[in-house]
Design a protein. Structure first.
Ligand SMILES: *Cc1c(COP(=O)(O)O)cnc(C)c1O
Length: 413
């Protein structure tokens, strides 16, 4: 893996060596459970509380409002199902949007089958939700608005502050899935006016299988996991001590590095987008050009399947010794080649939705890595297009991105 260029950091990140270092202290002799009363476990308890403080500091929260979970999937399920059940008597209406992560959409569908009503708001051609649509959708029986902070596929950052001002005024809970934004851009629960916020360790150089849900004091929510009295009786189960300590360390490092890292990655991102637009015809930048995560690039390349590009880039050749790992919105978990619901929600025609490539950089990637990866991308795309029976250069399906003239996608925004 050493020589590989890993550009799939929206899927997961390499655990920081410092994080691995502190975690290992809790994997060996120091195996005491924080729940026990004798001194052996009390060290673990202290370590957990220190991690909670680091996490709270990162998102501007009170440490008492942080609850450790197994990751953003659990946090999202808990927020949605937990609030829905707690406020069942008040109403059974939830608002979200069409381009959400499956860990939001699936719990919503689950509730729909059991009598709840869910409004899936549309997004514009850049993936943005219109706050006025949120205001318009809130009803007497609305109990929760759940909105992603930054989209995992296209990187678009939602106007959560504006949405939060609306939900606060109307007295409706706002849950924010911040799995992609925490540790990458400033996240402050007060500035966002949110009541609940999900985050995940492995998305910002922490360990996998650990995350948290921020629950503002006084918010009504029932537990998802029942059993022991951990996390103030709100999330049962013996604590994942190494994971939580690692998450705390990742939060501490993220807070320290956030500003310079954002600046460096934004410059790298825009440099790469510039090169792509200069060297390739008939492409579309998916997601908002500036309101996007510093490390996210998502382009549709007309005439080819994203999956073909993804696989071609991942095999080293004699000329290209370094494999490049990217992701695509057209490969489906189920193995069928359905374009992603997110790209379809943007209004992309099927042929562009099929040709999407997502490159998400990390704190380790340099301009040199980017040049190398892009040169292979240009080569591979050229080769695949030459073999494509459908591609005609300059057909202007979407030649210059969402703002391009004569772009078919423009009508969608
Ligand atoms: C990764 C991710 C999740 C799931 O997080 P896990 O901790 O892997 O369960 C949920 N939402 C978004 C936006 C993500 O990027």
């Amino acid at each position: 893996m050493d020589k590989a260029i890993f550009l799939d950091n929206a899927a997961t990140t390499r655990t920081d060596p410092e994080v691995v270092g502190v975690m290992s202290e809790w994997l060996g002799d120091n195996f005491g459970s924080p729940a026990t009363l004798y001194t052996f476990g009390s060290q673990a308890k202290q370590a957990i509380e220190q991690a909670r403080q680091h996490l709270a500091d990162l998102i501007g929260a009170d440490q008492k409002d942080i609850y450790f979970t197994s990751g953003a999937t659990e946090s999202n399920n808990w927020a949605i199902k937990g609030v829905a059940e707690a406020l069942e008597e008040k109403g059974k209406h939830i608002i979200t949007n069409q381009a959400e992560h499956h860990s939001i959409l699936m719990p919503c569908r689950h509730l729909e089958k059991r009598g709840w009503d869910v409004t899936y708001l549309p997004v514009d051609g850049d993936g943005l939700v219109n706050p006025e649509d949120v205001a318009g959708a809130i009803r007497e029986d609305t109990v929760l608005v759940t909105m992603v902070h930054a989209n995992h596929e296209i990187g678009t950052i939602q106007p959560i502050e504006e949405i939060g001002a609306i939900t606060r005024e109307k007295g409706v809970y706002l849950h924010v899935n911040a799995a992609q934004s925490v540790g990458h851009i400033p996240v402050d629960v007060a500035a966002l006016s949110c009541d609940l916020l999900s985050l995940s360790g492995h998305k910002f150089y922490g360990p996998k299988g650990v995350g948290a849900l921020y629950i503002k004091r006084g918010v009504r929510i029932v537990p998802l996991l029942l059993g022991g009295g951990q996390e103030k009786k709100r999330r049962a189960g013996t604590h994942n001590v190494p994971g939580i300590v690692g998450l705390g360390k990742a939060a501490e490092l993220a807070r320290k590095n956030l500003g310079p890292e954002m600046e460096r990655l934004t410059a790298l991102r825009d440099y790469m987008i510039g090169l792509i637009e200069k060297n390739m015809d008939d492409i579309r930048l998916n997601g908002h050009r500036t309101r996007r995560l510093p490390n996210n690039i998502n382009v549709s390349i007309e005439g080819i399947e994203g999956e073909s590009i993804m696989l071609s880039l991942s095999y080293p050749t004699a000329a290209n010794a370094r494999p490049v790992f990217v992701s695509t919105g057209s490969a489906c978990v189920s193995g069928t080649l359905e374009p992603s619901h997110i790209l379809l929600a943007l209004g992309l025609p099927a042929e562009l939705a099929h040709g999407s490539v997502r490159m998400t950089m990390s704190r380790h990637d340099t301009r040199e890595d980017a040049d190398y990866a892009l040169n292979i991308l240009f080569e591979v795309a050229e080769r695949l297009r030459a073999m494509s029976p459908v591609y005609k250069r300059g057909s202007k399906k979407c030649a210059s991105g969402s703002s391009g003239e004569g772009c078919d996608c423009e009508a969608a925004s």
